[in-house]
Design a protein around this ligand. Structure first.
Ligand code: PXP
Length: 246
């Protein structure tokens, strides 16, 4: 049985560092420890305002880790140039609004079509895989395929929020399931990301098409209580249990 990969997003280690303007905790140290503790990849989002990870962090991380780096970025020329120079394993293109607390929804592939096409072309020409972070919508998935994405990462935030607040999440889950099935049927690799916690990962890992989870805020938060190693191994265990009982 092949289990979905676990990518750990280390942005919030940088958030902590930046909150005090010190040089600790180190995102590189976090990336190396995640690797040691069984993460299959590292994810990080270089935001336009550099509110967490900075340019130097990306270079340091990529030079020192041996697992894949998934580079989250807005579709701007600046970010494409940084990605092409750094050479991550994949670029995950996300929408970005300066005032948002986190990435609130997926990118609208239809209205951003003309912005995305040349950027995807350039990234792929440099042998970097392209992932689009989108909502679980058939139209978005179809467009993602048409414009050359290799991967779609479906935004799981609303499903996870409902689970956290004990609301009925069944229709969200059904929407994600149908989108997963459709993505797989048209040859897109499927990832899930955003808001995933110990309580929501099990249901999501029952969806057999998912190849990768990208999880950040909850892992870093839970590390305050459990430590990074236990947070990562608990996620791996829950992913395995979910997959076994699908
Ligand atoms: N995937 C993408 C594309 C994201 O933008 C984020 C948040 O930055 C994540 C995964 C991780 O989400 P969270 O920090 O809520 O686990």
């Amino acid at each position: 049985m092949t289990l979905p990969r676990l990518g750990v997003n280390i942005d919030h280690v940088a958030t902590l560092r930046n909150a005090r303007g010190e040089n600790y905790p180190s995102p590189l140290r976090a990336a190396l420890l995640c690797q040691e503790y069984g993460a299959d990849g590292i994810t990080t989002h270089l935001r336009e305002d550099r509110r967490h990870i900075r340019d130097d962090d990306i270079n340091e991380i990529i030079e020192n880790i041996s697992i894949p780096l998934n580079f989250e970025m807005a579709p701007t020329d600046e970010m494409v140039n940084i990605a092409v120079n750094a050479g991550p394993n994949a670029c995950c293109i996300v929408p970005e609004k300066r005032e948002e607390i986190t990435t609130e929804g997926g990118i609208d592939v239809r209205s951003n079509h003309n912005i995305l096409v040349p950027k995807i072309e350039k990234i792929k020409k440099n042998n970097i895989r392209v992932s689009l972070f989108i909502d679980a919508s058939m139209d978005q998935i179809k467009m993602a395929k048409e414009i050359g994405a290799d991967i779609v990462e479906l935004h799981t935030g609303e499903f996870c929020r409902k689970i956290n607040y004990n609301e009925d999440a069944s229709s969200e889950l059904e929407r994600i399931r149908e989108a997963a099935d459709f993505s797989n049927s048209i040859g897109l690799e499927l990832h899930f990301g955003h808001g995933i916690t110990f309580d929501s990962v099990g249901e999501l890992s029952k969806i057999k098409e998912v190849k990768e989870f990208n999880i950040g805020h909850f892992i870093i938060s839970e590390s305050v209580f459990l430590g990074l190693e236990k947070s990562i191994s608990k996620f791996r265990e829950l992913i395995k249990i979910g997959r076994e009982i699908q």
